[in-house]
Write a protein that binds this ligand. Sequence first.
Ligand SMILES: Nc1ncnc2c1ncn2[C@@H]1O[C@H](COP(=O)(O)OP(=O)(O)OP(=O)(O)O)[C@@H](O)[C@H]1O
Ligand SMILES: [Mg+2]
Length: 304
Amino acid sequence: MNAVIETTNLTRRFGDKTAVDGLTLTVNGGEVFGLLGHNGAGKTTTVRLLNGVLNPSAGSARVLGFDPVQQGEDLRKRTGVLTETPSLYEGLNARQNLSVFANLYDVPRDQVKRRVDDMLTRFRLADRAAEKVGGFSKGMKQRLALARAFLHQPDILFLDEPTAALDPIASKDVNDLILQVSREEGKTVILATHNLHEAQRLCDRVAVLEMGRIVALGTPKELAHQTHKSLTVEIEVAAGEVTHAQSVIGGGVAGDTLMLTDVAYSRIPAYIEQLVSAGIKVYRVEPHEPTLEEVYFAIQKRGE
Ligand SMILES: Nc1ncnc2c1ncn2[C@@H]1O[C@H](COP(=O)(O)OP(=O)(O)OP(=O)(O)O)[C@@H](O)[C@H]1O
Ligand SMILES: [Mg+2]
């Protein structure tokens, strides 16, 4: 796989506080990569380091082959960033805001109008495009800032809490768009979020940061298997065979379903094999995977 972001021991201190502490990380092209962690864990600082708007105190990063410290300007033409507190030109209207940005970021002149219109429609701002941004609601500003991040079709999108201020429909729009650009267009998305449901739905991998350090890294499923070694499994068998099934592998009965509790994930195939060997027809096996929220709390607890 092709790495688009590689950091080695990336570190940033503010006075005697270490915001990002020896981060060594690889992100592959086309991944949606989640940055999770409590307030102050170092998510935003990491995003700023990776875009070259902040220099590291130690360590280094390569992003799309660029060194963010030396080549920040070139790099930022190929990344789209939604910052925590986006600054927009409040005295200009929405369309003008995007046009100014398009020119700044080298969108070819003959494409500016089409791209701007496209983004205004996509983020449901077309009917407010001629209004001054100073009069926009918080969520409308957020949508405009997102439109700006996507405008120049960047290869990597850094989205710092993109849906924090958005209503449910706008949030879903943004989530769908994230999946679309990653799955269909091969873009990489770095998503810093406190919304664990969103992270579970969108992220291929997540890193959990704590005081600037990675305390967990992997797919949501991998992390779940680390924190929740045993789980409940539902096994549905053919009508009339459930008692037989129970005599083979134990568990509780509910209708045609056997409920096994405290099962190690790795034991599931062996149970199925035992049932099949006993001539029992298995229709459905459903492990109750913990949610990312449950996994997150388990990781935090592990750290205490
Ligand atoms: N410019 C700065 N000056 C001093 N300290 C800073 C600065 N920027 C960040 N920090 C400190 O670095 C740490 C990490 O902050 P950061 O903003 O990266 O956290 P975060 O994970 O994004 O948190 P949140 O979830 O609240 O957005 C915090 O302790 C913060 O106070
Ligand atoms: Mg932050």
